[in-house]
Design a binder for this molecule. Sequence first.
Ligand SMILES: *[C@@H]1O[C@H](CO)[C@@H](O)[C@H](O)[C@H]1NC(C)=O
Ligand SMILES: *[C@@H]1O[C@H](CO)[C@@H](O)[C@H](O)[C@H]1NC(C)=O
Ligand SMILES: *[C@@H]1O[C@H](CO)[C@@H](O)[C@H](O)[C@H]1NC(C)=O
Ligand SMILES: *[C@@H]1O[C@H](CO)[C@@H](O)[C@H](O)[C@H]1NC(C)=O
Ligand SMILES: *[C@@H]1O[C@H](CO)[C@@H](O)[C@H](O)[C@H]1NC(C)=O
Length: 294
Amino acid sequence: MAMFKFFSLLLLALSLFHYTVSGENLLHTCSQSGNYTTNNDPYETNLKELFSYLINEAPTNGFTMASKGEGENRTQGLALCRGDLSPTDCKNCVVNASSDILTFCPYNKGAMIMQENCTLRYSNQDFFGETLNNDMLCMKSSENVNMGEPNISILLSQRIQDFLSKVTEEAVLNPRMYASGKSEIDDFHTAYGLAQCSRDLSRLACKECLTQSVAFFAHPDCGKGQVGVKVYSEICRLRYESKPFVNDKPIPLPPTSYDAISPQPQPVASSHCLDAAAVLVVMGLLSQLLSHHF
Ligand SMILES: *[C@@H]1O[C@H](CO)[C@@H](O)[C@H](O)[C@H]1NC(C)=O
Ligand SMILES: *[C@@H]1O[C@H](CO)[C@@H](O)[C@H](O)[C@H]1NC(C)=O
Ligand SMILES: *[C@@H]1O[C@H](CO)[C@@H](O)[C@H](O)[C@H]1NC(C)=O
Ligand SMILES: *[C@@H]1O[C@H](CO)[C@@H](O)[C@H](O)[C@H]1NC(C)=O
Ligand SMILES: *[C@@H]1O[C@H](CO)[C@@H](O)[C@H](O)[C@H]1NC(C)=O
């Protein structure tokens, strides 16, 4: 029943969203909060100024939020780079994102673009710190799973989930709201993880977002049993791989202790899981549903 609801809501989510997947651009949404015009609209001037500010400032510490203009001409925005990027890679991403977003959402007074290396958002409406409509994107690595016996897979999944929870805890406490880590989950498997929040969020909101991401990770239709999974949203990101992928030195995490879990009948890695090129957009509503479900 819960699964049925899950899928019917999922279809609803897909039909409500304008999204594309092309190369570096994982997702974009154009808001319905109004349009500006072509003839020297002060909104456009402010937006261009905002973008150049974000391009110049975001590389310094990986995150910037700002606003330009007053009243109806006011625009506010933020740029967030993946926590392990060099300033150069960060800047390249914000330059590219701010250009592509204008192509994807011409004359929109608000939009969001999510790329592998950064996220850029702007709007004529306040959104800093807001967590509504937090649509999550689940992408699995293209490699097939071979986690061995089903029972081992359950145990491994649980250990990976525990590990990811630890990484998210680190991220919540870190002033940059970012953490990466590595853990030997058994003699044959090493887990690598990255967790990050947009720094306009409160710690509580960050924690909630990443906790939901871990729940998504654990869901059979997203990450369960996968060798690599990204659960990304506008406001937080969680990534797990079985190979190193982070550019910085991982923060060493204490080894997790595990209780043996009782094996339960488990669906195997589901055909609903999407391949590297495909994405699954899940509405915030669904996360609520899932959190009850878990
Ligand atoms: C903005 O422009 C788009 C495309 O031209 C149009 O579909 C949309 O209704 C407009 N939105 C508003 C709020 O005017
Ligand atoms: C918005 O910009 C227009 C044109 O520059 C100006 O006439 C108007 O007063 C501005 N609105 C506000 C609230 O500043
Ligand atoms: C941004 O990067 C993508 C992928 O690398 C590329 O296809 C696109 O043309 C770039 N956009 C701009 C404006 O350079
Ligand atoms: C994204 O960042 C990585 C470093 O993690 C870099 O190698 C890659 O070229 C960047 N992608 C783009 C499109 O700049
Ligand atoms: C795997 O789980 C099944 C039932 O869940 C159990 O009957 C079986 O003994 C388990 N196998 C191992 C190797 O633990």
